[in-house]
Design a binder for this molecule. Sequence first.
Ligand SMILES: NC(=O)C1=CN([C@@H]2O[C@H](COP(=O)(O)OP(=O)(O)OC[C@H]3O[C@@H](n4cnc5c(N)ncnc54)[C@H](O)[C@@H]3O)[C@@H](O)[C@H]2O)C=CC1
Ligand SMILES: CC(=O)C(=O)O
Ligand SMILES: [Mg+2]
Length: 635
Amino acid sequence: MSNFSSQLRLSSSLLKHLKHQINATSSTTSASAAAMMFERRSFTTTEGSRPTIVHKRSIDILHDPWFNKGTAFSMTERDRLDLRGLLPPTVMSSQQQIERFMVDLKRLEVQARDGPSDPNALAKWRILNRLHDRNETMYYKVLIENIEEYAPIVYTPTVGLVCQNYSGLFRRPRGMYFSAEDRGEMMSMVYNWPADQVDMIVVTDGSRILGLGDLGVQGIGITIGKLDLYVAAAGINPQRVLPVMIDVGTNNERLLKDPLYLGLQEHRLDGEEYISVVDEFMEAVFTRWPHVIVQFEDFQSKWAFNLLQRYRNTYRMFNDDVQGTAGVAIAGLLGAVRAQGKPMIDFPKQKIVVAGAGSAGIGVVNAARKTMARMLGNTESAFESASSQFWVVDANGLITEERTNIDPQALPFARKAKEVGHQGLREGASLVEVVQQIKPDVLLGLSAVGGLFSKEVLEALKGSTSTRPAIFAMSNPTKNAECTPEEAFSVLGDQLIFASGSPFNDVKFGDGVIGHCNQGNNMYLFPGIGLGTLLSGSRIISDGMLQAAAECLAAYMKDDEVLKGIIYPSISSIRDITKEVAAAVVKEAIEEDLAEGYRDMDARELKKLDMEEIKTYVKNNMWEPRYPTLVYRKE
Ligand SMILES: NC(=O)C1=CN([C@@H]2O[C@H](COP(=O)(O)OP(=O)(O)OC[C@H]3O[C@@H](n4cnc5c(N)ncnc54)[C@H](O)[C@@H]3O)[C@@H](O)[C@H]2O)C=CC1
Ligand SMILES: CC(=O)C(=O)O
Ligand SMILES: [Mg+2]
């Protein structure tokens, strides 16, 4: 009885508090008052703060992953929200809930510790996904606290398998689908999404999912995986993220015939028709959420470049494969220079062979050339000199100006025929020939061809003029990596610098000598680029902001780590890295006069902040997975 009356007292004090809040906002509509209070909660990191107003009760709350706390609802809340009797009687702390969940998840750990070949990865994804469906706060707490272990499940490599099987795995919808059939309807459809505020959209058309090709509508899986990292690494509020699939058909013949396929079973739209669908989508989302940021993900190269040019000066958007990957690669390339005991300013002397001339490969060469040119003084001759450091090889071999039907994106990187003639090469020379003749410092793969760096290619790299040659086998998922660290270290020895797009285990040489396998993945940058853009209120995402992000990641590594061959940080510190990257992006946006501010932090206030204050501002705006107190009010 006394327990019950103390609960009543608690409830009435909460109601008083609520009444006060409602009075304070009486000039606004009840919906916007609720929204304002809701927002305050979302960016508060202290428990026991203002309650969150919900307009539903009873079983509806338990079925809502945004509000559900499962067995962690206190008895007071159970009474207040008509939940009494709908849950087992024991009230658990959020930590106890996690412990119970982890016991279940860890049952699959038997023989599941061998990294990329984890046979239970898909089963683990299902368990995590079910948790995501029923309780978002708990899901993100599990993910954040165990990011190293579960990033490979919610992200590459397992997310690739998930996308390949998405039509079978689909249970509850997550995100929005805009299809070619919805033309003319998107402006109203966008209001079907329940959240009044969306900060971050990741969108794909499913045309090139990781290195797995056209997976059509099933590509939605990658947008969900990327947004999981936005929440876990950048602390974007999970209620304000939106995964989007633009379904314009598929050219994957298997999916076109699959009776279980969930997407449009027709060939992809192309040309103006295709562009008009994406235009309509962009107009719709920016009309409803003018401050949203849209990340384009895994579009086939021709559309990746085209849409980036089309939108980047109008909308807050970027292409992760072109721009995020470039920044991560530059940070790694600078790390590889330092690992040779040289200063970063020596970067323009590096000879770099790149296998793959798609959105990722060209994005990297473009940005790396700009970085070199800047280091050399940014003159025309600096640019020329930088251009001569790259040899780009695609499916048809070395790209030179003699190539017929050359892809316009690759044209600026085509080598002069005469020049390569002097180097003992020619148009279409094979990768192994290029490596043999050029003796590069770096061999970088973004080809999506698993095993491309064959024994022969690795043997050829032994001729490298570098004291510590570097291999970036960046294609995803695991089976698409150009080589494994075992293959690379076994041929090139322990002085090799190695990075892969998906995670692999380090290689042990014995006597405590380790061949470090770094994960060179755009996950180190895109969350910080998005968060920094959001908090600066920058109208667009400039080259300078992307460059600042890359330089910040490069500077994150200490000399002693780099000398050991560790060129990227541990994934376990991704939240800290993301905070640093976001702060660098905010600072650059301020310096370029692009920052228009965010909420109470207007452009003038932003300008007054020094770097430490910007970092604090970023940190204070990162969402934490904590249960808020819920209070019911009728709509
Ligand atoms: N680690 C990371 O952060 C990232 C990795 N990637 C990976 O990069 C890969 C490529 O992505 P995109 O550039 O968008 O794909 P894409 O399909 O546009 O480009 C692939 C390129 O590889 C070339 N290629 C194919 N066979 C080749 C061969 N035998 N030798 C040399 N080149 C060959 C093609 O001609 C084409 O230029 C994918 O596996 C993707 O997962 C992409 C973005 C980020
Ligand atoms: C990592 C990534 O964005 C990709 O493989 O496409
Ligand atoms: Mg991608």
